[in-house]
Design a protein around this ligand. Structure first.
Ligand SMILES: C[S@@+](CC[C@H](N)C(=O)[O-])C[C@H]1O[C@@H](n2cnc3c(N)ncnc32)[C@H](O)[C@@H]1O
Length: 246
C-alpha cells in the first residue's frame, strides 16, 4: 500500500450513439476521471468512445480493453466463456492497479452499463475491493422505440427482452407468449430470429432497427430486411399492439 486513498470505479452509460443522449452526470464523471477505459473488438474502434470523443481531454489516460475474439463470432463455441472470463480477469487486474494507485477510472459503456453491458463483469470482480458507482444511460431499446415512433408497452402489459443468441425454438415460444418484445444481439443470428418471429406470427409487427441514433441509423420492417446482412448494433422491436390501438 502506498498510503494513497484508492480511486473509484465508474461504469458510465453513454447512451445508444447520439452524443446529445449522454446524460449530464455521465459527462461530469467522464470529464473528472483521470483514467478512461473502453471496450473494443479486435481491430475496431470503440463505439462508446466515439460517442464522447469530443469531451475527452489530453490530461486523461486511456485504457483500451480489447476483446480476444470478435463478439458473436464463436458465441456457441465451448471455450468462448473461458476466453472471456480470462479477458475480464486480466482487465480487472489492470484497472485494479490504477484504482489502487488512487486514480478514478471511468469505464465507458454503450447504452446502460447494467443492461447486457460488459462493464458488469468488471464490476463483479472489483466491487469488493473498491468503491464503485454506476451511471445509468439511455438504453438502445427505448431509443429504438422512439426512432420508429411506436410506444413499447402500456397499462399492465409485459415487455419481453430476448437475446438473438437463444435457440430458435425458445425464441419462438417466448415471442408467442409476448405482448411486446425486443430481440437484441442480431448479427449472424438474424436469419434464425426472423424465422422465429415469423413462426410466432409477429412478422407484420416487427421492426428492424440498426445503429439507432447514430449517423448510420437504418430503420425498416423486419419483413423487408435481407437477413444475411445484419451488423452487431441492430435489434428487432415488436411494439405493443394495444398501445397502438388506444
Ligand atoms: C451487449 S448489448 C449492450 C446493450 C447496451 N448496454 C444498451 O443499454 O443498449 C449489445 C446489443 O445492444 C443492441 N444495441 C446497442 N446499441 C444499439 C444501437 N445504437 N442500435 C441498435 N442496437 C443497439 C444490439 O442488439 C446489440 O447487439
Amino acid at each position: 500500500m502506498n498510503g494513497t486513498a484508492p480511486g473509484r470505479l465508474y461504469g458510465v452509460g453513454v447512451g445508444p450513439g447520439d452524443p446529445e443522449l449522454v446524460t449530464l452526470k455521465a459527462l461530469r464523471v467522464l470529464r473528472a476521471s483521470p483514467v478512461v477505459a473502453w471496450f473494443a473488438g479486435p481491430g475496431r474502434a470503440s463505439n462508446a468512445r466515439r460517442v464522447v470523443a469530443a469531451h475527452l481531454h489530453d490530461d486523461q489516460a486511456e485504457v483500451a480493453l480489447v476483446y480476444p475474439v470478435t463478439t458473436g463470432a464463436v458465441e456457441d463455441g465451448s471455450d468462448y466463456e473461458g476466453l472471456l472470463a480470462a479477458f475480464y480477469d486480466e482487465a480487472a487486474v489492470r484497472l485494479g492497479a490504477l484504482l489502487a494507485d488512487g486514480r478514478d477510472v471511468a469505464v465507458l459503456c454503450e447504452g446502460d452499463p447494467f443492461f447486457y453491458g460488459s462493464f458488469m463483469y468488471l464490476y463483479n470482480r472489483l466491487r469488493d475491493g473498491f468503491e464503485t458507482e454506476v451511471v445509468p444511460g439511455v438504453v438502445s431499446v427505448v431509443a429504438g422505440a422512439a426512432a420508429i415512433g411506436a410506444p413499447l408497452v402500456c397499462l399492465n402489459e409485459a415487455l419481453t427482452v430476448l437475446s438473438g443468441t437463444m435457440p430458435a425454438d425458445e425464441l419462438a415460444a417466448r415471442l408467442q407468449a409476448s405482448q411486446a418484445a425486443v430481440i437484441m444481439k442480431l448479427g449472424r443470428n438474424l436469419p434464425k430470429v426472423r424465422a422465429a418471429v415469423e413462426r410466432a406470427g409477429l412478422l407484420d409487427r416487427a421492426h428492424y432497427i440498426e445503429r439507432v441514433t447514430m449517423d448510420e441509423e437504418r430503420l425498416a420492417r423486419l419483413a423487408d430486411v435481407d437477413p444475411a446482412a445484419a451488423p452487431y448494433f441492430s435489434m428487432v422491436v415488436i411494439p405493443s399492439a394495444a398501445a397502438a390501438a388506444r
